[in-house]
Design a protein around this ligand. Sequence first.
Ligand SMILES: Nc1ncnc2c1ncn2[C@@H]1O[C@H](COP(=O)(O)OP(=O)(O)OP(=O)(O)O)[C@@H](O)[C@H]1O
Ligand SMILES: [Mg+2]
Length: 267
Amino acid sequence: MQTGFSINGSVHSDMPLIEVRGLVKQFGGLRAIDGMSMALKRGEMVGLIGPNGAGKTTMFNLIAGALKPTSGAIRIGDADVSGEGAEQRIGRGVGRTFQIPRPFAEMTVLENVLTGAQGQSGERFWMNFLSTRKVAAEERAAVEKARALLDFVLLAKLQNEPARVLSGGQRKLLELARILMADPDVILLDEPAAGVNPTLLELIIDRVRALNGQGKTILLIEHNMEMVARLCGRVIVMAAGKLLAEGTPAEVSRHPAVVSAYLGGVA
Ligand SMILES: Nc1ncnc2c1ncn2[C@@H]1O[C@H](COP(=O)(O)OP(=O)(O)OP(=O)(O)O)[C@@H](O)[C@H]1O
Ligand SMILES: [Mg+2]
């Protein structure tokens, strides 16, 4: 199930995989995203940081197609996708996790992962699967893949448990497995370390690094700067819906505007 972009590598090898230009998102009187521009190269792992309310999750919602921009453009490869919705964005290889994962609590862990399957509408797929109990070849392949992904995130032993038994950290890993069902090229991770115990945190870091090693482009929202510094060579800092700074983790952490934004001052 390849979902590549229509990028002619030889001609556009230096073209960003994702590019956002002059993005604005207005919520009533609030300009949550206020002229944000940024770009991701294929295969990069980039941190997206900023104080609470900076607009990081809203950026994910815009890049993933869950929200439409008020103005500005979002490009994936050579396509302007600004007007496309979330389903189409998945088809273009964008996968995103949610800041607060909300798995289907009564469905099993395995069934939750299967909802990430692309091609079959995820929902129709598992309804069908559950009602008929008839597993066609394609469905068997999806189940095999879901099991392999649960192995990857060390949740295989819990595959038949209802998702409600999972800890916060395990829910983050379940989400990761779910989005990997659609073979994303770009993975947007919204605070994968928040509320996660130290052991699970190391597993998450290891798995994120492995995915990047497989060539996946990763944008990581995270307040845990140690995690960001360990994983990302480049960090984008937002405040009040704008780009505040950009650089290596060491550069941004001593940048005066970043320091003052984190101390609560308006940069
Ligand atoms: N759907 C919405 N409707 C109205 N306002 C919203 C909506 N989504 C976000 N906002 C507002 O937009 C601003 C940016 O929110 P966002 O969730 O993007 O911040 P964030 O950087 O992810 O913060 P945090 O680190 O706390 O998760 C906030 O003021 C928030 O209240
Ligand atoms: Mg957020």
